[in-house]
Design a binder for this molecule. Structure first.
Ligand SMILES: NC(=O)c1ccc[n+]([C@@H]2O[C@H](COP(=O)([O-])OP(=O)(O)OC[C@H]3O[C@@H](n4cnc5c(N)ncnc54)[C@H](O)[C@@H]3O)[C@@H](O)[C@H]2O)c1
Length: 362
């Protein structure tokens, strides 16, 4: 995997553009101090998966030391550099406890879970066992080994069909499928562990993660794939039409609107979150989205612009439980932690996903 020769676009927490020179000098000192203070050993669970592998990459770019636990049930061995992967199930509490203590881990970023909404309605018990059971096992291992900081992958599915769009974090949790419920359950557990066990957590509710980091050989390879952009790109590559679920929604062009967040921007949000915890920041919950919505038809048009090819597609019926519009109010993450999405344009997202899709391993 090509891990060298890449300059990260991201700058750390204290950076604010357009300041005068004395302030800028202060910021450099702040940056240096921050880097020194926060260089940490971080366990990434699910680091052989899509978002986990990008986050591992950006953590290393930042100077953190990373180890990965992944059972490869849904991930890819070649998404983790040699030597970092500990291949086992997070439900093995004893092995996790030993690893956390032995490696002197400072914080955990917990991605390991099953992620397919449709599958969760067919085998809910599998989702509760893995997503809830796995998280409980991890927290127990952390408490046993004295690790007190965790960033947790939550989801916009926590909101179900929201009453307000853009959705603020204060919107009630009302999941409408077992997958969303499994994440809400763990959010609740984390609130209690914060109160009674001093386990500090940041819960990030992701919207639609997409895009890739082709320069690092990383991108989206879910199997089965259920996400829109890789499915559309696959249609372009194979000529087999992709189905659009409904064009009669109450939206400007009739197709569903979603908030697409570039996976590298999302990875960086985790670095802001984990560094906040490592600097004794309080537990909190944040939406991780851009605050901008795009319809399915807009995504199709972007793919046609970027690839220069027509997208073979057909229009199917609506899918049960698909809200017309899911867009984050992303202000809290920006104002509280200082994160900004830097790759938010749809064309940039599609171009990166397209570059990865054309790589041989896709
Ligand atoms: N992809 C999205 O758009 C999206 C949106 C919202 C939330 N999320 C959440 O983000 C996280 C990562 O999503 P992703 O898209 O990278 O998924 P992914 O399937 O690519 O990665 C998950 C990884 O976890 C591993 N894993 C699963 N169960 C495990 C277990 N019991 N022990 C060890 N490893 C295990 C899998 O092998 C895989 O490598 C998940 O928790 C998911 O719920 C993703």
């Amino acid at each position: 995997m090509a891990l060298t020769g890449y300059t990260p676009a991201w700058q750390p927490v204290c950076g604010v553009a357009g300041l005068n020179s004395s302030l800028a000098a202060g910021l450099w000192r702040c940056r240096a101090k921050l880097k020194k203070q926060t260089l940490a050993k971080i366990l990434v669970t699910g680091g052989a998966g899509y978002i986990g592998s990008h986050t591992r990459y950006f953590l290393e770019q930042r100077g953190h030391s990373v180890i990965v636990v992944d059972n490869l049930s849904r991930g890819h061995r070649d998404a983790v550099p040699p030597g970092l992967l500990h291949e086992f199930d997070v439900r093995d509490t004893a092995q996790l406890t030993q690893l956390l203590a032995h490696e002197r881990v400072d914080a955990v970023i917990h991605f390991a879970a099953y992620i397919a909404v449709g599958e969760s309605t067919q085998v809910p018990e599998m989702y509760f066992s893995n997503n809830v059971g796995g998280s409980l096992s991890l927290f127990e291992a952390m408490l046993r080994s004295g690790v007190k900081h965790v960033v947790f992958s939550s989801t916009a599915a926590a909101y179900g069909i929201p009453k307000r769009v853009p959705i603020p974090e204060t919107e009630p949790n009302a999941p409408i499928n077992p997958y969303g419920e499994s994440k809400v359950m763990i959010e609740t557990v984390l609130e209690w562990l914060d109160r009674y066990r001093d386990l500090r957590s940041i819960r990030l509710r992701y919207f639609n993660a997409c895009g890739a980091e082709p320069a690092a050989g990383l991108g989206e390879r879910h199997d089965p794939e259920t996400h829109l952009i890789p499915l559309i790109l696959r249609a372009v590559l194979t000529g087999k039409p992709v189905t659009i679920f409904g064009d009669d929604y109450d939206t400007p062009d009739g197709t569903c609107i979603r908030d697409y967040i570039h996976v590298s921007d999302l990875a960086e949000a985790h670095i802001f979150a984990v560094e906040h915890l490592l600097q004794d920041g309080a537990s909190d919950v944040f939406n991780a989205g851009t605050g901008e919505g795009h319809s399915v038809k807009e995504v199709l048009a972007a793919v046609e612009r970027v690839t220069g090819k027509a997208v073979p597609h057909n229009i199917g019926p609506r899918r049960e439980g698909d809200p017309p519009s899911l867009v984050a109010d992303s202000q809290k993450l920006q104002t509280t932690l200082g994160w900004r999405p830097k790759r938010a344009s749809l064309d940039r997202i599609v171009a990166d996903a397209w570059a990865f899709a054309q790589q041989s391993r896709y």
